[in-house]
Design a protein around this ligand. Sequence first.
Ligand code: SF4
Length: 379
Amino acid sequence: MESNRVNPSLGIYVHIPFCERKCFYCDFYSIENHSRRDEFTASLIKEIGLFSDRHPQFQADTIFFGGGTPSLLKPREVERILKALHEAFDITGQVEFTMECNPGTVDTAYLSEYRQLGVNRISFGVQSFFDDELKFLQRIHTSKEAVEAFEKARKGGFEDINIDLMYALPGQLAERHITNLGRAILLHPTHLSVYALIVESGTPLFKAVEKREITPADDETEAAMYEATMNFLVGSGYNHYEVSNYSLQGRECRHNLKYWNSEDYIGFGPSAHSHLQNNRWWNVSSLREYLGLLDDGTMPVASTEALTREQMLDEFLFLQLRQGKLDLDRLRAEFSFDPDQEFISHAIDSGHFERAEGVLRLTNKGFTVCDEIAKEMLR
Ligand code: SF4
């Protein structure tokens, strides 16, 4: 029977909800109790099968194992999940297959086996090369282990490696952040994701800030560090292609670009999000519920929404600006939306935008306030 391929290039996200220890700033869904791990893998495979039973076969060209800590998975487990994905999707061509790895859980043998299974991109949550900062963040690895993990990945055959770094830690000096960036690029990663520490509600960090035990960095410090990051990494040959992301030429993360370009992706595992043909849904953020629903043969979806034109326009504007551009022709053609010309002229005069071949490009100054610009345009 011929398959009905509706979308030629989906992204597939798989959420692995286990961590060795919970970092105190983290609000991703993950748990320290691994006792139901085998059940989880079986249910994940079931979920992938249920999706493919209910939908025509789709093609996919990116796979992203995130979490949580996917590097806790044994190669045998990755292989089983991958087999289910290959049965459910037509995964061919130049597939980008990323696995997030915690530098504290990296096993050399695992890395080579992941590579043999087709994983071709590793993303390391390094966060800092200073042990006191890592301790503050309650990460399980040391700076030395982060460097060793990176070298192991290179030896294991990985060319494409991302390093995640964090800045604007309480009391962190700008020099320290620049040292972190410098130590990262000495390793020659193909990609860097550099995020400010956000105090997410509900986390132990949030409670410590509420109790005034910790004072977060102020906005000015954060903005100065953001600007220093841009200058340093662009000056070191990295392309600033999203507000917090930098890559060598041609090494952009294709999977994340699908999110940022409002393309389609399907997420599996607790708390995973999906976006398909202007509909969005997300899974329950509880392993117990996830396992229970799949036991009953039910998709573990918490909620679904059909996107309205307004939501799509909002997202388009935010996501474009976060990529440093604004395609005015697409705005007119797809949304019949014409930004206020006075606002555009003002944004150009004040140095936030510059004109370039049919699009507006954000300057470095504009990047520092891109979310505010999007809000202003949507007023
Ligand atoms: S390792 Fe990553 S996912 Fe796990 S708790 Fe820490 S930040 Fe969150």
